[in-house]
Design a protein around this ligand. Structure first.
Ligand SMILES: Cc1cc2nc3c(=O)[nH]c(=O)nc-3n(C[C@H](O)[C@H](O)[C@H](O)COP(=O)(O)O)c2cc1C
Length: 303
């Protein structure tokens, strides 16, 4: 996640046994991708040397046609050199990326917010699809996971990752019942000690009610979920945001930076009440998942 996914967050997740992902643009602003990869891998090695078993981490590469080819080539070359086994991708057509990542034995998981995007990515040969459903933080989709996941499962046999609204172990168990292989949790990990967002963002998220999450296209030109109090803090009216231009561009003042000033979170913010360390969060998620996977006791005994 932009800003949130730092070397510290990715390393903490890897040590706790889960796969974290960071977008290449986070590294580009802070020493470069090659440097981030070697720092995270050095931490994994240190952990393994102590007897730990670090989980692999993933790198998120945006394959939008607006990205300069030499930048994309360098990102792919850095991931290849570091032997990154999981690449997630978004925007654009992942076909070329898939060929190049498969060449070194890695896999590609592409994100989709519509069935049409999922079909195109499947045709491009991706190994997995991240279905970004209604209520997700960041550039959230609008489809219900109850329909989206089984629909995509009906034509795609690869990995399905459900993203959007999952903040606890019950959500993970529910995603599996729907046909997903795994979940991607974003908002829940923004409110952790290791995430790189401002302390105010974490606190606002932990205090948020469901009605504080505003879905709007007017801030970045693409639909995304933002925290209402952060929009107000930037001097904007969440119910009367600057209108888009005819070709869909935002007219918000350039002095206000989306993500850094206007803070994002998804519907699951309403389930989040504290800012734990990653390690303690994972223990909590495991307990909740185990509890949710037990056969349910019926509240009303059968006659
Ligand atoms: C603040 C924020 C920044 C994000 N940045 C990115 C990003 O740079 N690239 C990306 O693919 N997804 C990004 N996401 C989306 C997440 O990867 C994930 O799909 C989403 O958070 C899952 O939904 P949830 O927030 O309800 O858990 C971001 C999400 C948030 C909340």
């Amino acid at each position: 996640m932009s800003i949130a996914s730092t070397v510290a967050l990715v390393s903490a997740c890897s040590r706790a046994g889960i796969t974290a992902c960071f977008p290449t643009h986070n590294a580009a602003r802070d020493g470069g991708l090659a440097s981030w990869l070697s720092r995270i891998q050095a931490d994994q090695k240190a952990f393994a040397d102590q007897g730990g078993c670090p989980a692999p981490f993933a790198v998120n590469i945006n394959v939008s046609r607006h990205k300069p080819q030499h930048v994309l080539d360098q990102e792919i070359a850095d991931c290849r050199a570091a032997g990154i086994s999981i690449i997630t991708s978004n925007a654009g057509n992942p076909a070329e990326l898939v060929k190049r990542v498969h060449d070194w034995g890695g896999i590609v998981i592409h994100d989709a917010t519509t069935v049409e995007q999922a079909e195109k990515a499947a045709a491009a040969g991706v190994d997995g699809l991240m279905l970004v459903c209604a209520g997700a933080g960041g550039l959230g989709g609008l489809l219900s996971p109850f329909a989206f996941v089984p629909k995509v499962r009906s034509f795609f046999g690869g990995i399905i990752q459900l993203a959007g609204g999952v903040a606890d172990g019950t959500g993970i168990a529910a995603a599996e019942i729907l046909g997903a292989d795994m979940v991607c949790m974003g908002t829940r990990f923004i409110a952790t000690e290791e995430s790189g967002v401002a302390a105010g963002h974490k606190q606002m998220l932990a205090r948020a009610r469901m009605s504080d999450i505003v879905w709007t296209e007017n801030i970045v030109g693409i639909g995304a979920n933002f925290l209402r109090p952060s929009i107000i803090a930037c001097g904007l009216d969440p119910d009367d945001l600057p209108q888009l231009t005819a070709d869909g561009r935002t007219t918000m003042s350039r002095s206000i930076k989306p993500w850094a000033d206007v803070w994002s979170a998804g519907h699951s913010a309403a389930l989040i009440k504290h800012v734990p360390t990653v390690a303690s969060l994972i223990v909590q998620l495991e307990d909740e998942y185990r509890e949710a996977s037990q056969p349910r006791k019926t509240a009303v005994p059968c006659p």
